[in-house]
Design a protein around this ligand. Structure first.
Ligand SMILES: CC(C)(COP(=O)(O)OP(=O)(O)OC[C@H]1O[C@@H](n2cnc3c(N)ncnc32)[C@H](O)[C@@H]1OP(=O)(O)O)[C@@H](O)C(=O)NCCC(=O)NCCS
Length: 168
């Protein structure tokens, strides 16, 4: 299979509608094996106010991944050391978009002096992060629009290149 070329660029205010759409579609389509529909709806509702959602992303170091010029995913780094968001449109899932975004955030964070990166990984993204050298630290339960969702804080020490683990 020939994989599409993924290009990366910084987030722009004009991307607000596109990222909100990617966020909602990713949550509603990709996380159904790990969260109930009620949990998915509560999670996805975080992007209902697109202007506020976009403003939030402007406050982070946010990258947009595009395929053929169309936004396909995005990732945000908070406080230089925490992966706050990583979402890929279902139409572009499993094509390396998420991997390209996380690689780029790791390089940017490392270049800015971060020694390690953390992420509160969803159940859906746990194996994705584990395959990239992130280690589970603790389990959390967080409230999103009235629903409790579980995730796992994971940490990766930058500057080391452990062998990539394959999913079993
Ligand atoms: C988690 C998520 C961001 C992953 O995005 P993605 O673009 O599908 O990720 P990738 O394509 O880079 O990698 C996923 C899998 O695709 C396949 N893949 C990726 N690149 C590939 C390539 N070059 N050739 C063949 N297969 C490939 C692999 O099976 C890969 O598994 P790996 O983790 O063992 O490498 C996406 O599933 C998502 O948005 N999930 C819902 C929201 C969510 O939970 N976000 C995380 C919040 S912390």
């Amino acid at each position: 299979m020939t994989l599409p070329t993924v290009t990366l660029r910084p987030y722009l205010p004009a991307d607000a509608e596109a990222v909100a759409e990617i966020f909602r579609e990713a949550v509603m389509t990709l996380t159904g094996e790990d969260y109930s529909q009620t949990q998915q709806e509560a999670w996805a509702a975080s992007a209902d106010n697109e202007a506020a959602f976009g403003k939030q992303l402007e406050g982070y170091l946010t990258l947009i991944a595009s395929i053929d010029g169309e936004p396909a995913g995005f990732a945000s780094l908070k406080d230089g050391t925490h992966v706050e968001m990583l979402y890929v449109h279902p139409a572009s899932a499993n094509m390396g978009v998420g991997g390209a975004l996380i690689d780029a955030l790791e390089k940017l964070a490392g270049a800015r002096g971060a020694k390690d990166l953390t992420v509160d990984a969803s159940e859906t993204a746990l194996l994705f992060f584990e395959a990239r050298g992130y280690e589970p630290q603790k389990r959390n339960t967080v409230i999103r629009n009235g629903e409790w969702l579980s995730n796992t804080t994971m940490k990766k020490t930058l500057g080391e290149a452990p062998p990539r683990k394959a999913h079993s």
